[in-house]
Design a protein around this ligand. Structure first.
Ligand SMILES: [Zn+2]
Length: 289
């Protein structure tokens, strides 16, 4: 019996249909929550991994009753573990409610200090980088700490299938927001580079469809961020001290003005990285090289 993901590899463009379970491989299901929006794209993906007599859930999503019911209804055996990639409000708040109904163990990393986090998520224990969670006789998830989008962000590698659940470290169809101070651009790029060393067949993101050719996708994301960093540096060097509003308009010409307040957060993340590298300085909100 083969455990190669390729044997069971679905079409990467298996569509997103909120509420409708999608079987991605012999043991992996995706259910997308009906919370589509500007920050969530087509909605938050929850993934179920089928075991013989127990199932594992990655990212229950927000505490939407119908979504949590759909996850429970799909599981042919009790959900024994609920893992979360990070504690943003579209990923983890369903965990406590589902734990109440299933008695499952909650695993991940808490973050009750940074703003905008789901403080209701309290894991039974904090997962360590490199830790293996055994799901069955031949199935394990390896924990990979990937700070950047969130300091407590974890990816989970389903080892026999070489399928990486990426949460919001990598999403399909869009770049993720790096919002300082919990978001950190230097950490983000380092976390992307680290994944290049892993043997990966596909990425299962927190938003959007499966991503094939993971290493190509990782390299493209790193290149995109470094290109943006170069644009930020060029803007700094091309003019006098400038504030975030002026720099956003100058650098994010490819982004709709309505999204500039969000782009300003990522811009700040780039500037903080440049500052740490000694290429940017800040004085009372004005940035210069
Ligand atoms: Zn998300």
């Amino acid at each position: 019996m083969s455990h190669q993901f390729g044997k069971h590899m679905p079409a990467a463009d298996l569509p997103i249909r909120p509420g409708e379970p999608m079987r991605l491989s012999r043991r992996v299901w995706r259910v997308t929550c009906g919370n589509a929006g500007m920050m969530t794209g087509p909605g938050t993906n929850s993934y179920l991994i089928a075991g013989t007599d127990e199932w594992t859930l990655i990212d229950p999503g927000p505490a939407h009753t119908s979504h949590l019911r759909a996850l429970q209804a799909l599981s042919a055996a009790p959900i024994r573990r609920i893992l979360v990639t990070h504690t943003h409000p579209d990923h983890s708040p369903g965990a406590a409610a589902l734990q109440n109904r299933t008695g499952a163990v909650l695993l991940g990393r808490s973050n009750r200090t940074a703003c905008g986090q789901d403080c209701s998520f309290v894991p039974q224990r904090e997962l360590a980088d490199g830790e293996r969670i055994t799901l069955g006789p031949e199935t394990a998830l390896r924990v990979i700490h990937t700070p950047g989008h969130a300091s407590n962000h974890l990816c989970y590698l389903l080892e026999p299938d070489r399928l990486l659940f990426t949460g919001d470290h990598i999403i399909q169809g869009s770049t993720v927001l790096i919002d300082p101070p919990d978001g950190d651009m230097a950490c983000y790029i380092t976390s992307l580079e680290r994944l290049l060393r892993e043997d990966l067949a596909a990425l299962a993101p927190g938003h959007g469809t499966l991503i094939a050719r993971p290493h190509d996708a990782l390299r493209a994301l790193i290149a995109h961020r470094l290109r943006r960093e170069a644009q930020v540096l060029a803007a700094l060097r091309g003019g006098g001290p400038a504030d975030l509003t002026a720099l956003v308009a100058q650098v994010y010409t490819d982004v709709l003005p309505a999204l500039h307040p969000l782009a300003a957060r990522s811009l700040l993340a780039h500037l903080l990285k440049l500052q740490a590298d000694g290429f940017a300085h800040q004085d009372q909100g004005y940035w210069s090289p």
